[in-house]
Each structure stands twice: as structure tokens, then as C-alpha cells.
Design a protein around this ligand. Structure first.
Ligand SMILES: Cc1ncc(COP(=O)(O)O)c(C=O)c1O
Length: 374
């Protein structure tokens, strides 16, 4: 558990590090952290590899991994799930694309909030569906979905599905009970299926509670909750996530949409999820403390740089930075010329912003800030 000294990822074919290979640009884009995984995870993976048992493993039969999810949902959210509700998927991105296929027909539309994670924004078009964008607005120093725009969108006959992102990427807000209730009411009123991408839900840095969509009784039978150990425990490269779908018919339709196309989650990912959710609580809490300090440091530093500003995110290790005050046309170029490589805001839907990943050592982050301040 040494967050100050993460492993060197140069020459490991890390997606994040390959982009600026050989250039003096610090990569702070892709949403994985720099941290080494918790020891129980690496020990378990080593053991599995040493056993050389890497043949087919049907995720639904890996009862230990499914029980681990059940345990985690109860511990984290006081959500009592049945392991039958779990559908393993090889990523959250395939899962929300499966939802588009399962619950929409040609001519239908999908609601998405903007700005948002680029593959989520792309999902409607990939599935030949119309994208209906609902903006995010700033209210009392906090980013929140524009509820009126959501209501208008949901009222459209063609809108059959809302792919929500909670906690929100890139803005980092966590929906309160009241806000989630409002969304649930809108979806129910207009018969819109709620597919909730909650991949960042275990990275809450404020004294706030994440509420899984499927745990709200009024929408449970019209909901798909997408989660993973991947972001929180830094195992995204293992391509393993899961959907929690209480209603049997909705579940069957979702599964059918992936048949013959979407592969099973892989065995190392199942093992990692099992251990992450049952044996890594100390590491998890220490990481939250570390991330909270990084966040507070970064938010203050960014707000001290002329032309930049950022609101404090409730969750995630991502900071959405407003660079409109710089008055430059290309904010990404501005950052890269200073030796910093964030995620381009334009990919998320706003070219005046960029997104910094602060899931790194504090000293690395200080280097990022020093470069941006120059
Ligand atoms: C909101 C959100 N959903 C999904 C993903 C990716 O999910 P996966 O790698 O499981 O497909 C990311 C990764 O950054 C994300 O931020």
C-alpha cells in the first residue's frame, strides 16, 4: 500500500503512457490510476496463473465472485441483491451498448447527459439510434443534470432509454437521494428504461452516499445498474464488470442482446473482483484518503492558475477543468505545450474544458501543477 511510489508504467504498453511516449508530456488522461493493485489481488492472480488453470470459466458459475458482489452491495449500499440478478460483462462499455440493442428499435432515441464519457456519448449512434443530449448545469458551485431538459427529453415518444452516469464522469457529482428520486419519477412517468453506469460509485470522496439505481424499489424492474471493481481497484485491464438487473424479463432481454457477440468476462477478472470486494477494505480506505488529499490539492492549485477553474468533485479521481478563461482556441494544445496531457474536453462535449486524472502520486501531481502554472 504505497501510493507515493507507484510502479513505472513506461514500456508496459499502458494506454495512458503510450500516447506521449518519448515526449516530455505527463499523461493525465485515461481513467485508470497509477497505483499498484492491493496485495491480496496480485497474490490471488499469481496463484491462479501458477496453477495454470486458465481455461473456460463460465462467469455465472463462479459463485465466489457473485457472492463477493452480493457482500459488497450490502456493505457499501445496504442493497440486498440476489446473485441471480448479476450478469457478468467484459466491460461497462459493452454493457450499455447491449442495453441499446435490448431496449430500443430503429427510430428510437437514447437520452445521455453531456458532457460525458466519450464511449457513452457514442453508444446511440453505434446502435443506429438518435442521441438526445441533456446538459449539465452549475448550481451552487456543483454540477448537476438539467432536470427540466431531462423531463422534456423523456417526454418524447421515441426516447426509450436513459444511459445515466452516476457518479458523473467527467464532472464528479454524486446524485443525492432527492435527485435520484426525481430522475426515477421522470423515467417512470415516461416509461424510459434506466441504465445506470455506476463504474465510479466506490470512489466517493465526500461524506455522501451513493445510491444504486436498481436499489430504488420504484424503478428496480425497469433498471440496469452497471458496476465493476475496475476503477476502484485499478484492474480495468482485466475487462470484467457486471450488470445488476432485478427483473427476470429485462435481464433475459439484456443477455440476449449480447449473445454470440459479447464474450464472457475473463477468469482473472472474476478472481480479482472476488478478492477486491472481500479482502481489500484497508487498501480501499487508504486509497480514498490519498485521493481526497490529491483532489483537494489539485482543486486549490487549479483555481490559483489564471484562466483555469474547477469545482470540487464529490467522487472519482477526475477533475473537470474550465479553461475558458484562458481565451485560447485549443485548450488541449495549451496543456500539451506546457508538458501536460489531459483528456481533451472536446471528446466529452465541451472544448473549453479538459479533464485531469489525479489518481497518481502527489509528487507527480505537483509536477503537473508546476508545469500548468508556468
Ligand atoms: C463512466 C465510465 N463508464 C465506463 C468506462 C469504461 O468501462 P469498461 O472499461 O468497463 O468498458 C469508463 C472508463 O473510463 C467510464 O469512465
Amino acid at each position: 500500500m504505497n501510493f507515493d511510489n507507484p510502479p513505472n508504467r513506461n514500456n508496459t504498453f499502458s494506454f495512458k503512457w503510450e500516447k506521449y511516449k518519448g515526449k516530455d508530456i505527463l499523461p493525465v488522461w485515461v481513467a485508470d490510476t497509477e497505483f499498484a493493485v492491493a496485495k491480496p489481488i496480485s497474490d490471488t492472480l499469481k496463484q491462479r496463473v501458477d496453477n495454470a488453470a486458465l481455461g473456460y470459466t463460465l462467469p455465472a458459475q463462479h459463485s465466489d465472485a457473485s457472492e463477493a458482489i452480493k457482500h459488497w452491495c450490502l456493505q457499501q449500499y445496504n442493497w440486498q441483491i440476489d446473485t441471480k440478478w448479476i450478469v457478468w460483462t467484459p466491460g461497462v462499455v459493452p454493457a450499455f451498448n447491449m442495453a441499446c440493442k435490448a431496449f430500443c428499435e430503429p427510430g428510437d432515441a437514447v437520452i445521455v447527459q453531456t458532457p460525458n464519457y466519450p464511449p457513452l456519448l457514442a453508444a446511440p449512434e453505434i446502435n443506429q439510434l438518435e442521441k438526445v443530449a441533456v446538459p449539465t448545469i452549475m448550481q451552487n458551485g456543483r454540477w448537476i443534470i438539467d432536470f427540466e431538459a431531462l423531463e422534456t427529453a423523456a417526454a418524447r415518444e421515441e426516447c426509450k432509454l436513459f444511459i445515466m452516469c452516476n457518479p458523473m464522469n467527467p464532472v464528479g457529482s454524486v446524485l443525492s437521494k432527492q435527485e435520484l428520486d426525481r430522475i426515477v419519477d421522470i423515467c417512470n412517468k415516461h416509461s424510459v428504461m434506466l441504465c445506470s453506469d455506476e463504474i465510479h460509485c466506490d470512489l466517493i470522496l465526500e461524506n455522501k452516499k451513493h445510491i444504486p439505481a436498481g436499489s430504488v424499489a420504484r424503478i428496480a424492474d425497469n433498471s440496469i445498474t452497471l458496476m465493476a471493481a475496475s476503477k476502484t481497484f485499478n484492474v480495468a485491464g482485466l475487462g470484467t464488470s457486471f450488470a445488476i438487473i432485478p427483473d427476470a424479463k429485462v435481464r433475459a432481454n439484456f443477455v440476449k442482446a449480447g449473445m454470440g457477440i459479447v464474450p464472457w468476462a475473463n477468469v482473472l477478472g472474476l478472481e480479482a473482483t472476488k478478492v477486491a470486494f472481500t479482502q481489500c477494505d484497508d487498501w480501499y480506505k487508504a486509497q480514498l484518503d490519498y485521493l481526497r488529499k490529491n483532489r483537494d490539492y489539485l482543486v486549490e492549485a487549479i483555481n490559483n492558475i489564471d484562466g483555469l477553474s474547477a469545482a470540487t468533485p464529490d467522487a472519482t479521481f477526475l477533475l473537470w477543468v474550465d479553461a475558458s478563461g484562458l481565451g485560447v482556441e485549443n485548450t488541449q494544445k495549451w496543456c500539451e505545450e506546457k508538458g501536460v496531457g489531459p483528456s481533451p474536453g472536446i471528446d466529452f462535449g465541451n472544448k473549453h474544458f479538459f479533464r485531469i486524472n489525479y489518481g497518481s502520486s502527489l509528487s507527480f501531481l505537483q509536477d503537473v501543477v508546476a508545469r500548468l502554472s508556468k
